[in-house]
Ligand binder design. Sequence first.
Ligand code: C2E
Ligand code: MG
Ligand code: MG
Length: 394
Amino acid sequence: MQRANVCLIDNEPVMLDLLCEVVEQAGLTARGFTRASQFFEEIGESESVSIVVLDLHMPEMDGVEVMRRLAKTKNPPALILVSGHDIGVLHAAEKLGRAQNLNILASLSKPLPLDELRMLLIPYSQRATEKRDDTASATQYRPVLVELRQAIQNNQLVPHYQPQLEIATGKITGVEALVRWQHPVAGLIYPDQFISLAEQGGLIGELTYWMIRNVAAQLQIWQSAGFSLVVSVNISAMDITTLTLPEQLGQLLKNNKLDPTLLTLEVTESALMGELVTSLDILTRLRLKGFGLSIDDFGTGYSSLLQLHRVPFSELKIDRCFVASMTTDAEARSIVKTCIVLGHELGMKVIAEGVETEAQLQELRQLGCDKAQGYFLSRPVPERDLIAWLKART
Ligand code: C2E
Ligand code: MG
Ligand code: MG
C-alpha cells in the first residue's frame, strides 16, 4: 500500500483538493476522504498515517465521533482540527481530544489559514525523523532506581539555569534551576525521564535536597561575584509531606549565610491535591520564614482558585500553553490577562513561562505582567554559560 502520511477528512470536495495541495507543498503525502467511514474502512489503524486533518462538522460521522474512535486505536495519529463554527466549539473539541490522550497539533478555524497549516506541517515532518534519532539516544534510555540513587550520590546531576526577566526594567532578576542528569553513557537526560522515577522510588526528597544544596552554594558564589539573583527551584508533591522541610531549608540557607528571600519554591497545583492540612502547614511556614512560593503551570491543574485562596503564594506562574498561543488566540490572551489581574489582586507577582517570541513579550508588557521566562530570552543553560550570557548583556 502507498504510504499515506497525512489523511484529510472533509465533506467538501473542493476544500479537500485544496488541503491535499497544501499538504503536498509541505513535502508530505496526502490522501483525502469526504466521509469518515470511508477513512476507517480504507485506513483503519494503519500506522503509516502520522497526521489526520479533521473537519469537525460532517453530516454522517462528525469529528468528535472520529476522535473517539481514533482514541481507541493502538497508535492514534496526531490531529489537526478544523471548524467553520465558532471558536468555542473548536476549543472544546481540542480539550476533549487531549482528555482522550490524543495528540492535537492545532485547531484551525475556517476560512483556513493555509500558510499557517503549511508552516505547521513542515517542521512536523522534519521532526518525525529527528524524533527517531532522539529516541535512540535519550528517550529510549530508561534509568533504573539504583542508578539514579548513585547519580545523586556521585553528583551526576547538574542544575541548568534559565533567566527570568523583569519586564518593566529589562533586568534579569532571577533564574529557574532545572535539573539535568549528565549520564556517563546516555548523555544529558532531562527531568521528564527521571523525576517520576525518583518520586515513585522514594528518592525525590534526596533529589530536591541535592538541588537546593547546590543552588545555595551557587547563590553564595553569585552573591560574592556581585550578581544579585533570586533562584526558583521546583519541588514535588512528596516534598510537601515532610513537616520538617521549612526548618531543614531554613538551616541550609543559614549555613550558607543566605537570606531565604533569595530562594523561591515552585509547586504545581496538582502537588496540592494530597493531604491538604500538612501541605498548608509546610507552605505557610516556608512563607513565614521568608522563602518565595510560586504556583507553577498555573491554569492547568484543578481547583486553582481554591489553592490561591488557601496557600500564601508570592508568585503566580502562567503556564506556557496559554503564553504560546496568546498572540494568535483571543481566548488564550484573555486567560493570560485574567491571570495577571488575578495575581495582582491577590498581591502576587506574575511571571509568564514559555515566552518564545518578541510579540509575546510585547503583549505581556502591555498586559502588565511582571516577569517573563522562555526561549526568547534564553534556554536553560549550565552555570558557566549563564554567567557569560549575563555579562554579555551588560
Ligand atoms: P517547569 O518547572 O514548568 O519548567 C519549565 C520547563 O519548560 C522546562 O523544561 C524548560 O526547559 C521548559 N521551557 C522553558 N522555556 C521554554 C520555552 O520558551 N518554550 C518551551 N516549549 N519550553 C520551555 P524541563 O527543564 O525539561 O523541565 C520539565 C519539568 O520537570 C519542569 O517543568 C518541572 O516540573 C520538572 N523539574 C525540573 N527540574 C526539577 C527539579 O529539580 N525537581 C523537581 N521536582 N522537578 C523538576
Ligand atoms: Mg517550574
Ligand atoms: Mg512550569
